[in-house]
Design a protein around this ligand. Sequence first.
Ligand code: PLP
Length: 389
Amino acid sequence: MKSEKLIAKSVREIKPSGIRKFFDIASGMKDVISMSVGEPDFVTPWNVRQAAINSVERGLTHYTSNSGLPELRRLIREYLNDRYDVHYDMNDILVTVGASEALDLAFRALIDPGDEVLIPAPSYVSYEPGVKLAGGVSIPIVTEEKDDFVIKPENIEKVITEKTKLIIIPYPNNPTGAILDKEDIIRLQDLVLKHDLFVIADEIYSELTYSRMHQSFAEGFEDRTVLINGFSKAFAMTGWRLGYAAGPKEIIQAMLKIHQYTMLCAPISSQYAGVEALSSEMNRDYSQIREMVRSYNRRRVFLVDSFRSMGLPCYEPKGAFYVFPNISPTGLSSEDFCTKLLLEKKVACVPGTAFGESGEGFIRCSYATSMLNLEEAVKRIRDFIGGLN
Ligand SMILES: Cc1ncc(COP(=O)(O)O)c(C=O)c1O
């Protein structure tokens, strides 16, 4: 029997990630500047690494409770309360293997076959496959540059059916860098109530905002929201695989049921690192995070200005660490632009289409890389565009 026939239909039908594709091509080439992967170039702060080392030295090498260390969940509760005025009981918080696992658990706990899930587009690459693997149907809600890539309630109204169950609210957004303001949130919350929907809010970039403090969708809306966040982005901890979900008790218990049979718990040393990351930042008024954000901000401003000076319209991102310039004036498709740029100038970006069809005409450039790299990348992109005319 051909082994591909053994692969489940739902898995056969999902495409490999368009981000990884460009990253993999780039990693096989020399002298490439990569703006393709969304992970901080900062190393995890030393005090956090030290806490994990200490935990290993003390012999803390076992499983934790399935939900996660009580100390960590207490801190997450305090952090959400202190930072975003969001209130969940510590027993309604589940520590997961990255925000990625939290998303997967939420999909599997909430989706029955055929349930429709509304997903702003363009959006993070994992939502659509995650929904499909859980048996759901993704319904994209296109967001546009002219609306600051904010999801419009009237566009949601048009696609709601009796099968619509969930809406993903992914702000600050990857890849656009869009955020929601209070009025947007209120309008969307009204719509959620009107149609009796439930929300999965992916707020993994909540600490990385540039125009103002993040406003959580879960604030005052805790009973309708599974809030997903984690340590990867704000604490420069991608490799530790530490995230969490907070939500209504019954839903977190359902997610816990899957988690205890599949993952058991997040790695214990990562959880001790997380305790240190949260407690030290809370004690120093988030100054280490603010320092990183200041650095990202310098790069953000540089990239937006650079793309605009090349004649490419570029939405000014308000959060995360990506710019999403409009490359349609070049006449190239997103995929062609990125392929040619990589092969001819050795700069790796991601085609907007990796984030859904509505990303056609855009590319995503991560500025989580050094200013030196960004300056060289901009020089090469300028040359590339100059060569097209
Ligand atoms: C919007 C979004 N959600 C979730 C994740 C996954 O985060 P984690 O590393 O915590 O699994 C990412 C990673 O790039 C992301 O961009």
